[in-house]
Design a protein around this ligand. Structure first.
Ligand code: MF3
Ligand code: CO
Ligand code: CO
Length: 253
């Protein structure tokens, strides 16, 4: 499998767009309040992408998707479609996922937000544990590492804490396109097809944890993916570049 290796010039651009993507997730934080609906949240991000940081949304028009963000609340696992009828309320948890393009380079990142400051332990914890999975997985990557370490690390940490990992979605190569090779599995599933990481590769890591159970379903809209038992799920995502001794997180905040 040939995986693209980016030059230093490319990497500069990838970091540039990554930092812009991170800004969207930082800027939106102050708007995450009870009563706002997910379409309004999307519109703020969309406007910021086009007029403030002057980027292109990679998701608008992607396989027919029509929004600049995916906003996945509570039991929505991923690909939640922004909707004016979906008003958020205290103790909701939501994932906002953005992918943008600048000068032909992509950045893909998502973060969890908790509505209000009366943090219920259970809702807070799934978010926290999913973030830990992401950070632990990132910390084992470098030139010469096997890609399967990502899934091993995520699965081990999730399991230890009593959460299940969603296997139906994965991270991916990214850079000069949205979804490139390789698939970055969140569990141990490469068998004999493990990938040896090399300096200059650009990937996303994006684990999803579910509070309890593993079954998911895709709704009739063709996008919205939910847990079958209505339990909450959480996801975090960074875009990163493999370096000699570690990684550069392009979407770091
Ligand atoms: N951003 C998602 C990912 O992490 C993909 C969303 S595709 C969309 O790969 F069309 F739903 F936006
Ligand atoms: Co992604
Ligand atoms: Co994403």
């Amino acid at each position: 499998m040939t995986i693209k290796i980016y030059s230093l010039k490319d990497i500069k651009q990838l970091i540039f767009v990554g930092n812009l993507a991170a800004k969207i997730l930082a800027l939106i934080n102050e708007y995450i309040k009870s009563e706002i609906n997910t379409e309004e949240i999307n519109n703020i991000c969309h406007k910021y992408i086009e007029t403030k940081i002057r980027c292109i949304s990679a998701t608008i028009g992607y396989k027919g998707y029509q929004h600049a963000t995916c906003i996945s609340t509570n039991n929505i696992v991923c690909h939640g479609i922004p909707n004016y009828k979906k008003q958020i309320k205290t103790n909701d948890i939501l994932n906002i996922d953005v992918t943008i393009i600048k000068n032909g380079y992509y950045a893909d990142t998502s973060s969890m937000y908790i509505v209000g400051n009366k943090r219920k332990k259970k809702t807070y914890k799934v978010c926290k544990r999913a973030q830990e999975c992401l950070n632990k997985a990132i910390s084992v990557l470098c030139d010469g590492a096997n890609l399967s370490k990502v899934g091993d690390t995520i699965q081990t940490h999730a399991k230890k804490n009593g959460y299940s990992v969603v296997k139906e979605f994965c991270g991916h190569g990214v850079g000069t396109d949205f979804h490139l090779k390789p698939q970055v599995l969140n569990y141990n599933g490469y068998n004999n097809n493990d990938v040896l990481l090399k300096q200059g590769m650009c990937l996303t890591v994006e684990p999803i944890l579910i509070n309890r159970g593993t079954a998911i379903k895709i709704l009739k809209d063709g996008w919205t993916t939910t847990t079958q038992n209505k339990s909450n799920s959480a996801q975090w995502e960074h875009t990163l570049i493999i370096k000699q001794t570690g990684v550069v997180l392009t979407t770091i905040r």
